[in-house]
Design a protein around this ligand. Structure first.
Ligand code: AMP
Ligand code: TRP
Length: 332
């Protein structure tokens, strides 16, 4: 089974990205039934909204160091940068020509992000899911581990794959989403009915993996909860406490049910202290490894291997797709 996933290098990687995506990659890399695992930095996705050139370069490098610091093992996972594999853009274009504007306009993420653009909405922001579909279909990926917010994009990927297969003959594997139950949607600490997002203008809303540990603890201790005083899992009436339970459950590998039992007589302050300490314990070693890696030659080594492997697979596939569509001259 082949797996692929990516994250955009658009700023602070959050605890949401970690629990919803990266931590699952780390677990999955040891599974016997996974023969091939590719994880990339989605830099071409990042430029669908304005980016500062220097910051983008830095964020790309930082995400690679984060992948490794969180425990992705380059012996088991091929790590690469999307823009270093030109076939992503090539397939993205072909899929744009097989997708419909209406389909893309219906994407929730597009509708949300569109509202936030002050300098105009780029065409790329609309067609982004076709590029994402290209990322996945290029490798005949069987499954795609992502957080809940990407489910709709994966459904579109499946639609595009099926449409292409019907029109041009069997070409693509139709991929399955792979959404872990716990941690798939970590919520904002200040508005727990919204997802935790690295683009939130209020830094208290999210925990960045590289936040100073004391700040991490402070943010958790001041997370918005309710005044009911009882620790229970109820995402409708107690979204703040439920979110902290989810976080604690993920970082301690304990079920929410067991946590609710454990904290049934505790007050919010004790509970928050425990969540703060548990998250700190998880992040400290990651930060230490990150600092060791960020300026080491290891990053280039890993990225060179990843780039070569990904190009090898992607170029074979794109040649097949060109032939199916009738582009250029026939190649063998
Ligand atoms: P992005 O930051 O949008 O590139 O997302 C990268 C990955 O992190 C995707 O798999 C998302 O589904 C996941 N992700 C982002 N935010 C959250 C969140 N708040 N909770 C869980 N997963 C998330
Ligand atoms: N769109 C994803 C996000 O914003 C990132 C992404 C791009 C991705 N291409 C992908 C995830 C392919 C999985 C597979 O989170």
């Amino acid at each position: 089974m082949r797996l692929i996933s990516g994250i955009q290098p658009s700023g602070n990687i959050t605890l949401g990205n970690y629990l919803g995506a990266i931590k699952n990659f780390v677990k999955l890399q040891d599974r016997e039934d996974i023969t091939d695992f590719l994880v990339f930095v989605a830099d071409m996705h990042a430029i669908t909204v304005p980016q500062d050139k220097q910051a983008l370069r830095q964020n790309i490098k930082s995400l690679v160091a984060t992948y490794l610091a969180c425990g992705l093992n380059p012996e088991k996972v091929h790590i690469f940068i999307q823009s270093e594999v030109p076939a992503h853009a090539q397939l993205g274009w072909i899929l744009q020509c097989n997708g419909y504007i209406g389909e893309l306009e219906r994407m929730t993420q597009f509708k949300d992000k569109k509202e936030k653009q002050v300098a105009g909405v780029s065409v790329g922001l609309l067609t982004y899911p076709s590029l994402m579909a290209g990322d996945i279909l290029l490798y005949d990926s069987d499954a795609v581990p992502v957080g809940q917010d990407q489910k709709q994009h994966l459904e579109l990927t499946r639609t595009l794959a099926e449409r292409f297969n019907n029109k041009y003959g069997d070409t693509f594997v139709v991929p399955e989403p792979f959404i872990a139950e716990a941690g798939a949607k970590v919520m904002s600490l200040t508005e727990p009915t919204k997802k935790m997002s690295k683009s939130d203008p209020n830094p208290k809303a999210y925990i960045a993996l590289l936040d100073d540990i004391n700040i991490v603890k402070k943010k958790i201790r001041s997370a918005v909860t309710d005044s009911d005083g009882k620790i229970a899992y109820d995402t409708v009436n107690k979204p703040g406490i439920s979110n902290l339970l989810t976080i604690l459950s993920c970082v301690t590998n304990t079920s929410i049910k067991d946590l609710v039992e454990k904290y049934k007589d505790s007050n919010y302050q004790q509970f928050k202290d425990d969540v703060a300490n548990a998250v700190a314990l998880e992040l400290e070693p990651i930060q230490k490894r990150y600092n060791e890696l960020i300026n080491s030659p290891k990053l280039d080594e890993v990225l060179n291997e990843g780039r070569d492997y990904a190009n090898y697979l992607a170029n074979k596939k794109i040649a097949k797709v060109y032939n199916k569509v009738g582009l250029g001259r026939k190649t063998k």
